[in-house]
Design a protein around this ligand. Sequence first.
Ligand code: 0O2
Length: 215
Amino acid sequence: MTFEEFYAEQLPAMKSAEEMLLRIADQYVLAAEDGRMIQPVIYCTSRIKSPDSALQKLERCGWEKNRSAALTELYDIIGLRIVCSFIDDVYQVSDWLKARPEFEVDEIKDYIAFPKPNGYRSLHLKVRIREGPSSGFRAEIQIRTIAIDFWATLEHQLKYKQEIEHETLIRKELKRCADEIASVDLSMQTIRDLICDGWSMDRKDGNPRDSLLRV
Ligand code: 0O2
């Protein structure tokens, strides 16, 4: 089924919501250009969920399989992904987005603090548009580091494979990689902090990143 067939007369307003989210992300990128050594946002992508993917999710969640249910039940029907350099940037973008007047944040799923069993780590903001032609539409903003984005792109391929040889081994390896990436993300953040903010060697506040200094 094509996007036009499934979303029909709602499609232009959905595209306008997608464009609005991208514009908002651009505003953050511009606002964050304050002479920082490394830009907090590396890139942003957006998409409208494919009809097949929307129907599969509706079925998985036990909802009716039609456009109306897709628009009222699924937040990730319109998606914006913001890919950042460091973990701290992820939370800073999120705090900035939470204060935006253009949408209401209904729910936040923090898969960084609470990773999925497969190792997926990302921050999901489920929002409802407040203004303009797409007022009332739902969308999901995903914010993650470039390292986990690389992982998620490969892991996502598993979803579209019917039969996977050595599936157990592949999933185990992906989980191991996700854990290593989380550890590298934390070390990169610490190194960035050391370079940019300096470090007092007599600090005794039990910072969990202290272990890095002892390596
Ligand atoms: P498509 O259409 O192929 O782009 P949520 O309530 O959405 O925060 P939920 O319901 O567990 O969390 O998420 P769901 O429906 O599994 O996934 C929503 C989207 O989040 C996915 O889109 C992915 O973009 C991303 N995502 C969530 N979990 C994972 C994961 O384990 N691995 C990867 N690689 N991505 C994930 P779709 O459905 O793939 O959509």
